[in-house]
Design a protein around this ligand. Structure first.
Ligand code: SER
Length: 889
């Protein structure tokens, strides 16, 4: 028996031997085509090569391309499991010529491989050609020597292949294998062609035209070849079976499912095992290519597929989550051909397990509701749409899962009623929206979400990709076109541009199109939390709804933002480690040039705190652990130790970012929708540049990473060197030198003050009309010993201590008064010794009045005051004498 892996290898070897480049499968998410949900044919990755938009270093190629047909137009989901050849995931073997060869060589290659290399009996093969393609018909006759009745002309689009409304197309020729007359069915074009007897195994497309909007617009630059052979079908043929699910790969997956569920793939259980096997492949490959289950877009198609399989696992009686335990069997079968599957195995297992745990929580209750609602129904009856909606909304049953569950009992679901319930829920959400206060713009965004659904964000894994322009908005109003130099908002169906949210700034970059558009994306906002609104300025060309645009995120800027975002998580963890569990996030800004983090903590951080936090964060950066992302329900995430933000609204599922290795768990686990580094080493360097208070109990840290941190440190170093040069010392000596300088300058200030005082006192005289110098000693005023002195330039702060000293010099009871003039003003202090009943306050008030001032006060034994007119110092001293004489009389 020839294994599926052998057939794949043999096909690629054969065409490589014919000079074709062996090209690895492109990821399932098409990055060059915004109209497609998933790559659904082998030629999709080469679309732009056929049309001449792109050139490659080869002109012929061969590949085994991963394909998914589910969701969108080619929706095979309903039938999968119940037929012999329906799959949601399949592999397409193909050979391609981009102008190198055309029909004759393509037919020769195909015939040689099938009949010579693989030894298929020529009389088992039947060919179809497009009804007008005489050339193909005669080539088949010449090359394969087939009789006319086995070269069938078909007039339908079955034999005219087009990628879609837009893209390359051409007539095609299909090769059918006849399984024999014991199988019901007729040749292609006959009334019973849908039977299983004649099976199409290979489609050779003679690519010649380019279509736009479903109409042939032009010839391709060169006639080309695109062929597609379903690997599962040819494997069935070569393994002598008529059912794809009886081929080796499927048998192995079904056997694993049989073992784990302890049930046989027979009777009513057979479709369930087949569904599980098919959906396991699809789920595994989609997760490996970066799709995670969600409630929108591609993620929702994946969720529907996963949950459909999970319901069948439950149907088989699996008591515990099953799907993730089948992943090793999938990897064993297909990992050698697709190494990405091996690399992603842990993620696939974790994602499936998480999804199944989550789904099982509501599955039983949902099935009970379904049983109750259908208890009295019989074949042909219809389940109300509102019930299907409740199953969807409350129990997480995708619509087609409900359909699938009712299929065995021949019940239908009222789709229109389901859609109505969905619309009513959306209307209620709109009415409840508090919004920005600008009703008009909120309405606009709601209209756009209802019309087009949320924007699909493709920027977790990539920085560029095509998008279709859904709407153009100018000055808050929907318009038709943005032209040269105009600014406005552009909405696309899918975008790698991050919209500002969760503290992370929006991306910047450019939009281009083949029509010569060049627009700068200056910022991206995220209205309603669902739409990515690109704020653009058109530099050249124009942009209008319906255009296809190439989107390029400014990669360097994004890299800096990613580093700052991941560093913010590390900082948060380090703060909690160092300061305690009371630290919680109060605000955050993740920009390209810096990060800012506000957190609850009562006191300023010490330099030792800051140094320890920096050291811890940089330690994790150096360890360079990969950053892991998981999708979970918010509850599961919090149970898993994720730090959630209190008061923040989370959706049904959240991204959980884990970073670094902690003592007994991940170092940092946070819920976060932002973009992050792949491994912590990408942050390169972390530096705190400021720590301050925001409000009582809330501190703020600003920090830099990577190149910004390096530059900042460089500038600091330059300044230190400059200071060292000025000090004529080395940077290491700067702190010591500065401390010494400060000490020295303080000492000099002190000495200067002393000197000034000494000078002032030595120049002192009684001043004014009746001033007495100190040398004159105390005089007698009103029967008291009185020492009065006027000095110039004495610091007012020294007055009291000088008065105290003068009181000593009185040598007994008495009064000392000192007036100091400074810059035109005068200050006065009066001290009264014990045993004298006169109040110093009264004496000072007299002096203050003489100096043109007001007030003056203190205690009865020591009072102080001052006035603006220093020239009256002598009069003020006389006023003291007078007052003393008066109060003593
Ligand atoms: N593009 C064609 C198909 O998908 C042949 O590869 O059938």
């Amino acid at each position: 028996m020839t294994s599926t892996n052998d057939i794949r290898r043999s096909f690629l070897d054969y065409f490589e031997g014919q000079g074709h480049a062996r090209v690895p499968s492109a990821p399932l998410v098409p990055h060059n085509d915004p109209t497609l949900m998933f790559v659904n044919a082998g030629m999709v990755p080469f679309k732009n090569v056929f049309t001449g938009l792109e050139t490659r270093p080869y002109v012929t190629a061969t590949s085994s391309q991963k394909c998914v047909r589910a969701g969108g137009k080619h929706n095979d989901l309903d039938n999968v499991g119940y037929t012999a050849r329906h799959h949601t995931f399949f592999e397409m073997l193909g050979n391609f010529s981009f102008g190198a060869y055309f029909k004759e060589q393509a037919i020769t290659n195909a015939w040689t491989l099938l009949t010579r290399e693989w030894g298929l009996a020529p009389d088992r093969l039947t060919i179809t050609v497009y009804h007008t393609d005489d050339e193909a018909a005669s080539l088949w006759k010449k090359i394969a020597a087939l009789p006319d009745e086995r070269i069938i002309r078909i007039a339908t689009k079955d034999n005219f292949w087009a990628m879609g409304d837009d893209g390359p197309s051409g007539p095609c020729s299909e090769i059918f294998y006849d399984h024999g007359d014991h199988i019901p069915g007729g040749p292609p074009g006959s009334p019973d062609e849908d039977g299983d007897r004649f099976v199409e195994i290979w489609n050779l497309v003679f690519m010649q035209y380019e279509q736009v909007g479903g109409v042939i617009m032009s010839n391709l630059p060169k006639p080309s070849i695109d062929t597609g052979m379903g690997l599962e079908r040819i494997a069935a043929v070569m393994q002598g079976v008529t059912d794809n699910y009886d081929t080796d790969t499927f048998k192995a997956l079904i056997a694993a499912s049989e073992v784990l569920t302890k049930t046989r793939a027979e009777g009513a259980s057979q479709p369930s095992h087949r569904v599980i096997a098919d959906h396991l492949r699809t789920s595994g490959f989609l997760v490996a290519d970066g799709v995670l289950p969600s409630n929108e877009g591609r993620g929702y198609v994946l969720r529907r597929i996963m949950r459909r399989a999970m319901r069948h696992a439950h149907l088989l009686g699996a008591a515990n989550p099953l799907m993730h335990r089948l992943v090793p069997a999938l990897v064993a079968e297909m990992g050698a051909a697709y190494p990405d599957l091996v690399r992603a195995q842990p993620l696939i297992e974790a994602t499936l397990q998480q999804e199944e745990i989550q789904f099982r929580r509501t599955l039983v209750n949902g099935l009970r509701l379904l049983d109750e609602a259908t208890a009295t129904m019989g074949p042909g009856d219809t389940l109300p749409g509102a019930t299907a909606f409740k199953l969807y909304d409350t129990f997480g049953f995708p619509y087609d899962l409900t359909e699938d569950a009712l299929r065995a009992r021949s019940l239908q679901v009222d789709r229109a009623g389901f859609d109505q319930s969905m619309a009513a829920q959306k209307a209620a959400a709109r009415a409840a929206w508090k919004g920005s206060g600008e009703r008009a713009s909120d309405d606009l965004w709601f209209d756009l979400v209802e019309e087009h659904g949320p924007t699909e964000f493709t920027g977790y894994s990539g920085h560029e990709g095509e998008g279709i322009v859904l709407a153009v908005i100018e000055n808050g109003v929907r318009g038709d076109t943005l032209g040269h130099d105009q600014e406005g908002i552009v909405l696309v169906n899918q975008t790698p541009f991050y919209g500002e949210s969760g503290g992370q700034v929006g991306d910047a970059g450019v939009l281009r199109s083949i029509n010569g558009l060049e627009a700068v994306v200056e910022d991206v906002s995220k209205p309603l939390g669902k739409l990515h609104a690109l704020h653009v300025k058109v530099v050249s060309g124009a942009i209008k709804a319906g255009d296809t645009v190439q989107q390029y995120v400014d990669v360097e800027r994004r890299a800096a933002v990613r580093a700052n975002h991941s560093a913010t998580h590390l900082l948060h963890a380090a703060l909690r480690n160092r300061l305690g569990g009371h630290v919680t996030q109060k605000g955050s800004l993740v920009a390209a040039d810096r990060l800012r983090f506000d957190f609850s903590h009562p006191t300023a951080l010490t330099p030792a705190d800051i140094a320890a936090i920096e050291a811890e964060v940089n330690g994790h950066i150096r360890h360079n652990q990969p950053v892991s992302t998981r999708l979970m329900t918010p509850d599961d995430a919090i149970e898993a130790g994720a730090m959630a933000l209190f008061g923040e609204k989370y959706g049904d599922e959240v991204r959980v970012l884990s970073m670094g290795i902690g003592a007994d768990a991940d170092y940092s686990v946070e819920l976060c929708g932002g973009t992050h580094v792949n491994a912590l080493g990408d942050i390169a360097l972390f530096k705190i540049i400021s720590e301050s208070a925001v409000s009582s109990g809330v501190r703020r840290i600003e920090a830099l990473t990577g190149e910004a941190a390096r530059q900042w440190l460089g500038e600091r170093d330059a300044k230190l060197r400059e200071a060292a040069a000025t000090l004529k010392s080395s940077p290491d000596e700067v702190p010591g030198r500065v401390a010494a300088l400060i000490e020295n300058s303080k000492r000099l200030e002190r000495e200067l003050a002393e000197a000034k005082k000494a000078l002032a006192l030595s120049n002192a005289n009684g001043g004014g009309s009746g001033g007495k110098s100190e040398a004159a000693g105390p005089e007698q005023v009103g029967g008291h010993a009185f020492l009065g002195q006027v000095v110039d330039g004495l610091d007012p702060k020294s007055l009291r201590s000088e008065v105290d000293a003068m009181k000593q010099r009185l040598g007994g009871a008495g009064i000392a008064a000192l007036i100091a003039t400074n810059d035109g003003r005068a200050s006065v202090a009066v001290g009264v010794t014990e045993g004298v009943t006169v109040s110093a306050v009264d004496l000072v008030k007299a002096a203050v009045a003489a100096l043109g001032g007001q007030g003056g006060g203190g205690r009865p034994d020591m009072a102080q005051g001052g006035g603006p007119d220093g020239t009256k110092a002598g009069e003020a001293m006389d006023a003291i004498r007078e007052a003393l004489a008066t109060v003593s009389a």
